[in-house]
Design a protein around this ligand. Sequence first.
Ligand SMILES: *Cc1c(COP(=O)(O)O)cnc(C)c1O
Length: 223
Amino acid sequence: MSIAENLDKIVREVPARVKIVAVSKTRSVDEIMEAYNAGQRIFGENKAQELIYKQPLLPADIRWHFLGHLQTNKVKQIIPFVSLIHSLDSIKLLRVIDKEAQNIGRPVNCLLQFHIASEETKFGLDPAEALELVRTMRNEKMQHVVIKGVMGMATYTDDQELIRREFKFLASCFTQLKRDFYPEDKEFSELSFGMSGDYLLAVREGSTMIRIGTSIFGERNPL
Ligand SMILES: *Cc1c(COP(=O)(O)O)cnc(C)c1O
């Protein structure tokens, strides 16, 4: 199937309220244009260098999301054109994003990335760390980071029950933060979870934003 057909299939499978992030890491400008021409406007990259390289070569109305670990020394370069950072996972990173966002004079949207997988290697906050991060923002009256919700990556496994439990855990983290810090805040509304292997399950568990690479573009070649 073509990229356009793959996208069309996913669009039909998920409710219209669910945003689809086309994860374009390792994909060429031509492949991204194929998805763009099929109507896709949100693309996700996980390496600052790759995003910086591709962004000027592609249409200006693409909304670029940053997924995956973000080094503090890369923030300045991506911040002018990134529309959502999915991977806010430390107070150190929070401070740098707030400062650089202030420098360019506009707030930057972020999701709090939680560690939900049983694997050790994945980045992310636990609930206590997320609490501390939001408290720090409040206490220091940081004005340039807008927390739009939460993000998580489930364990890479075929065990659907394990994935479901991890998604439920992430949804409960969202609900608790909403109740304690953002009860009146309409901006705090996004749950980013679900990838090629588990997006239908994710949508059933309340995801509002799915991040799909392989199921749109095909298997990735190792770089
Ligand atoms: C690569 C990646 C995805 C997409 O993975 P697929 O399995 O190809 O759909 C989603 N989220 C993050 C953070 C990624 O790095």
